[in-house]
Design a protein around this ligand. Structure first.
Ligand code: SAH
Length: 480
């Protein structure tokens, strides 16, 4: 170790920054965030620092650096572009044993400023010992994505119960074990998902159980949206929960690359729903989630797209709520928005479509029970989920209810994945296009004038890292 990592209290103490430019301004911001009373010495100030000085939020002494500027300082940062001045600041500060940092000159520093992940009261400082600030920032960016922005709230909650824990568990080992249990249980995710009161109650319950010698409470269920297929479209929260769950309960819509990101040693249970063949009926899935959570497990119920859009998420949490099992729902990019963007079809457009409707094209007893008059209105886009097997019916019904048979329609197979394929046509031609092609589910159907834009927009294809239109089959689009 070239440097000893420490955290320094500078609240209300005098700190000196030499230099008045943008870099100095950033250092001033950092010192002020920690409560430092900052004085800036420089011949001139940048706009940010001028404003701070005008509002008396910093002290400003105009002029060149002088030895007596260091008087009473608890630390000094030199951020000038004059190397001789930086050296002089460093020399004098070292002589007086005042901690000194010279921006971009590790050799002149007695302390260095790390990259910081701020989740006050939790702070994570990353340092490369001054070797590469960019490397430190890159690592920091990765940590930022992994550590929820609400991490600080967890720190605050634990702080409030520190004394209580000392009373309940006078010995250090017992106390450590208690906090370890708390931090590996549902309370943490309750805090992260904004359920502060539930978290507090659960913590009080954990104290009560420990005091009575009862075992700790049940596990928890995360109902996580996995997006339409491309793992890059997962949310930070989805990824975090996938990586900490003990059991993953997933179905057919969840893509392999997404599953590969789950915790390696997690148990995986497939409850896939093929069309007309429900491997585990919905009732069975609900009961399975309850049973696993009651065994004390952290269960990640991973669902394609968004759990609350044609995902039966509502039914699953209904059962969990009845059984008093802690759960949270993680929203995600639904097929309509993910697939349409990757296909280069904006769902709304000022000139063509002022509304968008998500409908299910699922067949029940061979028909679709939808409000066709509403769906056939002009200047809107209709997205059909689960519509492949009903494509003949939906084209026929929309035309029968007033939509022109020349209306553009697109069918996108396995959107956002490397097997994405787009079939375009009109309400008249699409049934034949579908019958003559070998189409793999899942597919999404988009009806509306916006489909025309697919031909125009040369979308960036993330799968191939080059600028090219998506593979497209069909044609005969009205207006093209
Ligand atoms: N909850 C999911 C939808 C579940 S219903 C969501 O929010 O996206 C299942 C239907 O979603 C499929 O029949 C298909 O119409 C659509 N779908 C899901 N992923 C898709 C994908 N990658 N490409 C095309 N359609 C998809």
């Amino acid at each position: 170790m070239d440097f000893l990592p420490t955290f320094m209290k500078i609240d209300g103490r005098p700190c000196l920054v030499v230099g008045g430019g943008d870099i100095a301004a950033r250092k001033v911001g950092l010192l002020r965030a920690a409560g430092g009373a900052v004085t800036v010495v420089a011949p001139a100030l940048c706009t940010t620092l001028t404003e701070l000085a005008q509002q008396s939020l910093i002290q400003y002494r105009s002029g060149e650096f002088r030895a007596d500027d260091l008087t009473d300082c608890v630390l000094v940062i030199a951020a000038t572009d004059d190397e001789a001045v930086n050296r002089e600041v460093s020399r004098l500060a070292h002589a007086q044993r005042i901690p000194v940092n010279v921006v971009d000159s590790p050799a002149l520093c007695s302390f260095i400023v790390p990259s910081i992940v701020d989740r006050s009261p939790v702070q994570i400082a990353v340092s490369t010992g001054g070797v590469s600030p960019v490397l430190a920032r890159t690592l920091r960016a990765r940590l930022e994505t992994m550590i929820p922005s609400t991490y600080g709230l967890l720190g605050e909650l634990l702080e409030q119960y520190r004394e209580r824990a000392k009373l309940t568990f006078p010995d250090v080992d017992g106390r450590r074990k208690f906090w370890e249990d708390v931090l590996s249980g549902p309370i943490v995710e309750m805090v992260f998902s904004g359920q502060a009161e539930a978290a507090r109650e659960a913590l009080l319950d954990a104290f009560a159980r420990a005091e009575d010698g009862r075992p700790s409470a049940t596990g928890e269920v995360y109902l996580v949206g996995a997006g339409p297929g491309d793992p890059d479209l997962l949310t930070f929260r989805a990824l975090r929960l996938m990586q900490q769950a003990d059991v993953i309960v997933h179905d057919r819509l969840v893509s392999e690359p997404v599953l590969a990101l789950c915790r390696r040693d997690a148990e995986r249970i497939y409850v896939g729903k093929e069309r007309n063949y429900h491997r585990v009926p919905q009732e069975g899935i609900n009961q399975l989630l309850v049973r696993l959570a009651k065994e004390g497990k952290r269960v990640c119920r991973l669902k394609g797209g968004d759990p609350f859009i044609f995902g039966r998420g509502g039914e699953e949490i209904d059962t969990l709520a009845e059984e008093g099992i802690p759960f949270q729902v993680v929203p995600a990019i639904t097929a309509a928005s993910g697939v349409s963007s990757y296909a280069g079809i904006p769902l709304t457009h000022r000139d063509y479509s002022q509304a968008v409707i998500f409908a299910t094209g699922h067949l029940k007893d061979g028909s679709m029970n939808l409000n066709w008059t509403a769906l056939a209105q002009p200047n809107q886009t209709v997205v059909f989920y689960m519509g492949l097997h009903g494509v003949d019916i939906l084209c026929k019904e929309l035309t029968a209810h007033g939509m022109p048979s020349s209306m553009p329609i697109a069918l996108v197979q396995k959107g956002t994945t490397p097997e994405q394929k787009i079939f375009t046509g009109t309400l008249e031609t699409m049934p034949d296009i579908v019958h003559n092609a070998d189409i793999k589910p899942p597919t999404l159907i988009i009806v509306g004038k916006v489909v025309k834009l697919h031909e125009k927009l040369k979308w960036f294809d993330p799968q191939h890292h080059e600028q090219k239109p998506f593979s497209s089959v069909g044609g005969g689009i009205a207006g093209n």
